[in-house]
Every structure is written in C-alpha cells, then in structure tokens.
Design a protein around this ligand. Sequence first.
Ligand code: ADP
Ligand code: LRH
Length: 473
Amino acid sequence: TIKHTYLAADFGGGSGRIIAGFLHHGKLELEEVYRFCNRQVKLGNHIYWDFPALFEDMKTGLKLAAQKGYAVKSIGIDTWGVDFGLIDKHGNLLGNPVCYRDARTEGIPEEVFKLLDERQHYADTGIQVMAINTLFQLYSMEQHQDAQLEVARQLLFMPDLFSYFLTGVANNEYCIASTSELLDAQSRNWSMDIIRALGLPEHLFGEIILPGTIRGTLKEDIARETGLGIVDVIAVGSHDTASAVAAVPAVESPIAFLSSGTWSLLGVEVDEPILTEEARKAQFTNEGGVDGKIRFLQNITGLWILQRLMSEWKACGEEQNYDIIIPQAAEAQIATIIPVDDATFMNPENMENALIHYCRHHALQVPKNKAEIVRCVLQSLAFKYRQAVEQLNRCLPSPIRQLNIIGGGSQNQLLNQLTADELGIPVYAGPVEATAMGNILTQAMAKGEIADLRELREIVTRSVTPQVYYPKK
Ligand code: ADP
Ligand code: LRH
C-alpha cells in the first residue's frame, strides 16, 4: 500500500534530521529517515555553519524517503533561530551563514542602545535582548562595512534559505523572523522604524508569510535529483521552538513548556504579547507561534554545556553514552551550582576547563570526575528553571501548575526529576521529537487535514504518552 507522508526537515543546533510522518485515524506516527551532525566550523576569524553540507544532508534524507516509496504530500523546514544567509542580485548565497556563537556581536547591544531607547525597544518588539539576535549580527556587519551586506538583495533566515534553494521562492516566515528582534510585536511585521534607525538596508527584508502558507514546489532539478517529483514546500512554524511548542501534548491553558535541547526555552503560550517592564526586566521574550499564538519564554543556555562536554570526552578517545553517564551523575554528590547563562559557557575553547576554572575562581566546590561534572551541570539547569518559573509566574495572572518538557533533553530522567523537585509541580516529559511533530502537523493543517492548533494538539496527545515526574521534596 502507498504510504501518504509528510516530511519534516528539522535542523537543531546539535543535529539535523529528516523525519517522515504518517497521519491515520487521528494519530501521528513518526519514522526517522536520516540524521546528521550539525557542526560549527571555525574558518579564519569566524565561526560558520556549513550550509552547503547541511543542504546536501537534507537532500540525502529526501532521497532516502523517495527510495522508500512514500507518497510525499509536502515538506516543511524548521531550524534554530536568529541566523541567516544573504542573497545577491543573481540569487546566489553571498557567504556561509555565520553562527550566532561568533564573537562579532560582542559589545554590539551596548552600541545599539545608544541609538534606541531600550525600554521603548522592548515595548515595540517584545524580544529579550541577546547579543546573538539577528539585529545585533546585522548591526555588527553594518559597523564593519561588511561587503556582503553592501551588495545583498535579500535576507533569508535559515529555514527561508533552505526553502529558497528547494523552491526558488524567497520570503520570510513569521515565527523565525520574530527571533530577529526586528519585528513589531503588535503588527507582527518588520519594524521599519528600527531598521531605519540602525541604518540597515531596507530592501533586505522581504514578504512575511505565516505558518501554513505554501511556499512553492520543489524545483525541477531537485525533484529529479531526490526522486520525489514535484512536491509542495510548506512554511511551518519554521523556528524549531515554534514547531516544538505547537506539539506540546496538552490542552490546558496556559500551556507551560520547556523545550529542551541545545537551548532550554521555558515559558507559556499566550494570545497576545506581554510587553510590560516586569517582562522586560525578567528577560522574557515574545516570539511568534503557530496559529497566531505568542511564545512568551526565556532563552536559557541548555544542554549545550553537556553536549560540548560529551564531545570533548569523546575526542579523548572514549565513546560517550547518556545512558551510562546520567545514572552515574544521579549517584554523584556535589553542591555546586553554576550560572549556566554566564558568558564563560557561551563558546569556550574547552568546556570542562571553563567549568573548573569558573568553580575555582568563585570558591565553589570543584567537581572531581565526569559524574560530578554532569551532576553539577544538570542541577544548575534545574536551579535556573526554578528562577525562570518564579519570574514567569510574576508575569502571569496565576502560577503555572505543570510543566511539559519536550525535545531531546526530555530523555534526561535525572534532569526531569531535578526539575520537578525544584519547581514543586509535576513535570510531563515527551515527546522527544516534538519539533518534527509540530512541523508535520502544521503541514497537515495547511493541507486541510487538521482544522486548528487545538486539533493538532489532540492528535499529539493521542499519539504519545508523556512520562510524569512528581516533586520529591
Ligand atoms: P537540538 O534540536 O537543539 O539539536 P535536541 O532536541 O535534538 O536538540 O536535543 C539534544 C539533546 O538531547 C542533547 O544535547 C542531549 O543532552 C539530549 N539527549 C539526546 N539523547 C539523549 C539520551 N539518550 N538521554 C538523555 N539525553 C539525551
Ligand atoms: C533552539 C533555538 C532557540 C534559539 C536558539 C538560537 O534550537 O531555536 O529557540 O532561537 O536556537
């Protein structure tokens, strides 16, 4: 029998994957078709993403799906936030996208807020000021008279860029555009006032399209090369966190989530942006969601620290396994809490050295082995989540009563339990591939198979069984 399939291309900070989704009898079944590494590449003075390799990896996954004989209805793409590529007048990519961890934005927010009033800026955009945001990357390029910026015709965020090279259609999806810090939170369109105040080229910013819009069809050469034929490419919540939040298996209001991967995105879904001084001071952001929703959340350094430690330890010759190290960390005893968002941990040459150095310099008990290091990182994350939830609750009419943890990090049983213990509320863990689910089901919504976000979440709820963790203390 022919299997009708939606394909999600999901690019996270740590890995990318092509996932096939089959929707029948109101349930969604997933199959991982292909997974590949997403690496930061240091070249000269900058850190880049390897866009050509990622594009090739995506095509490999699409080919594999075609070889399986699936009848592919459409493809949706989501990626991490804030990064972008610039296109020239011939439609060529001007350079490899620079990674948000690059040092080019150091000190740039301070420069920008000589031109813009920081309070007013938050009231306008509703976005948590982070140096990694597109606004600061662009302003840094502008300040350095970057040659690419001078000749660029259009800016495409990562999911827009992948879609563009698949279809030839160049536009900007709303959810990912909201991570730029250049949208007006109310009109949900470009803030031309900010763009002009910073002297950025106005023509870079294209048409904003909403999740559920058909971007175009595969270009003929790609259709042939992949063997997929002429298939629609649909704009989904193309910021990975937007797709993940769409697939939270809950319908209670407000939906409280922790999207746990390279980053920890902790917040609630609301109908309108919260643009108060309290929200600004608590460093909450209002990012665009699927079906007109707003994701009111805090960007917290997440499992990045652990990811880096694991890859450093692996580079020392020993294969690393979460299923071994996490139970060891559960047995370890160390009181140290580090501030996970400290700049030290943003992109150190060596994460283990950075962590040990931090402890020594702050008179904290220094972890003696891997298990203690992992324990220290996980309890520091849980501690940070508690602070974030306390701040979140102050911005809401009533405190959240449960937290849904989704994404790869929801497999971390120790972190789930520590989080429940810190927050004093039940934690529901899963699904692991929430992002792919949200991506796929938003395509199904565009194709008329699903009516709205509520129905989308009912399908997720029917398809997965989250693990519950109750607070022990
Ligand atoms: P991203 O989309 O940002 O790349 P993911 O949602 O794929 O992130 O989550 C990746 C994280 O999931 C890893 O950093 C790791 O901490 C965690 N993880 C992956 N596999 C496991 C596992 N088997 N057990 C516990 N944690 C895991
Ligand atoms: C998580 C994420 C997060 C931020 C960061 C840059 O993958 O998308 O929401 O935007 O990457």
